[in-house]
Design a protein around this ligand. Structure first.
Ligand code: GDP
Length: 368
């Protein structure tokens, strides 16, 4: 019976069942005196943070207990999946504490990306869900772009107080924190004591100076993230690992593009023109006639139109149609969060985008 065991590092309840979830420790370590969860163990012995998952309900409950605390919130999102990784309940929880919104993985975007428009879009995406942010940053945790500026901003805005790092699973939160840990040298004993002794929290504290800490929180599972509807193998295909190379398609009205079997783009009305597709270089795009599209999908999803594969097809929500009439002066991106986007400079265009239910397709001013 492990019910009463708590991690000596972060206070979370210990469990031995699920390595992804918080509080995990292998059964073999239960006999030890000072039990640490896997996350605290790795931090203590390897100076390395690993992410664990938590549902956003549980996350809300955890955070309520720090409502009265003061600190700076650093909210990391995946620039490739902004609507899937923005945590819209954040303002309710953090009260008046300032938030910095950080778009991670900018190394994946083409070099010609207009950073100002990207920042603007991030800001307006936050505003749309009612998230008011003090500052917006763009970084690459793997390459280090923008990290120094961000660290400076954090130092200024935290005013000597604690820093809470918050993000959905897969946004790169661990990569970010590990980079910070490696940058700040000379920390021997990274985890201090349980942040709130006697409570089962699961926050890990990494000292910044004598009186304040950087606090790592578990990764929030967000149902709007496409990564929850595909297998790990599929994710490797759809999530770019290198700078994406745009693919240009000259389309006539009544033509369709399939992005694997995960999304479908129908050019309904408008003059012949080019559509520029920004997706993982490994995701195969199929072009077909609109009139054949339904049948092609029914017959070939999970094999020719992949990902998903036959197995992951079962967990994929059904595709639902979003209609857009675009009559902008400036080029427009049609964004499929977690997958990529299609850019058009058409002035009078009707398109229909079929995307998994729950994935919020949207428009923005073109980034390129
Ligand atoms: P966490 O779940 O938020 O802790 O995310 P991880 O740090 O485990 O990262 C999730 C995935 O995103 C891993 O495959 C990372 O290599 C990748 N990743 C993280 N940061 C970046 C980045 O700045 N650029 C790129 N291209 N990939 C990143």
């Amino acid at each position: 019976e492990n019910d009463q065991l708590a991690c000596q590092g972060c206070g979370v309840e210990i469990q031995t069942e699920d390595p992804q979830k918080q509080g995990y420790t292998p059964k073999s370590t239960l006999a030890k005196e000072d039990i640490l969860c896997k996350r605290c163990f790795r931090l203590k012995h390897y100076n390395e943070i690993q992410d664990v998952e938590i549902t956003d309900d549980d996350f809300l409950k955890m955070l309520t207990s720090i409502q009265e605390k003061e600190g700076l919130i650093v909210h990391i999102v995946d620039i490739f999946d902004v609507s899937g990784s923005l945590f819209s309940s954040l303002p309710r929880i953090v009260g008046n504490n300032p938030i910095i919104l950080v778009g991670n993985k900018i190394d994946l975007l083409p070099k010609s990306t207009n950073k100002n428009r990207l920042l603007q879009w991030l800001r307006s995406s936050a505003k749309e869900v009612g998230l008011s942010v003090k500052d917006v940053s763009l970084i690459s945790s793997t390459r280090g772009h923008g990290m120094e500026e961000l660290v400076d901003k954090i130092e200024t805005l935290r005013k000597g107080k604690d820093v809470y790092i918050v993000g959905a699973t897969n946004v790169g939160k661990s990569t970010f924190i590990n980079r910070l840990i490696k940058q700040s040298t000379g920390i021997d004993n990274v985890i201090t004591t349980s942040y709130f002794p006697g409570t089962t929290l699961g926050f890990i504290e990494i000292p910044l100076d004598d009186s304040s800490a950087m606090v790592d929180t578990p990764g929030i599972i967000n149902r709007q993230q496409i990564s929850h509807y595909v297998s790990k193998k599929d994710l490797k295909i759809i999530h770019p690992t290198k700078e994406i190379k745009p693919a240009v398609y000259q389309l006539n009205a009544k033509q369709t593009l399939f992005f694997g079997g995960l999304a479908r783009f129908d050019f309904i009305k408008g003059e012949k023109q080019s559509f520029v597709c920004y997706f993982s270089n490994h995701l195969i795009i199929h072009r077909t006639k609109l009139e054949n599209a339904d049948q092609l999908y029914d017959n070939h999803v999970g094999e020719m139109l992949a990902p998903p594969n036959e197995e992951s097809l079962e967990i994929l929500p059904k595709l639902v149609k979003n209609t857009f009439r675009i009559s902008a002066e400036r080029p427009t991106d049609i964004v499929i969060p977690g997958l990529g986007w299609i850019s058009t400079s058409g002035k009078d265009v009707t398109v229909e985008v079929h995307a998994p239910q729950g994935i919020a397709v949207s428009l923005r001013k073109s980034l390129i």
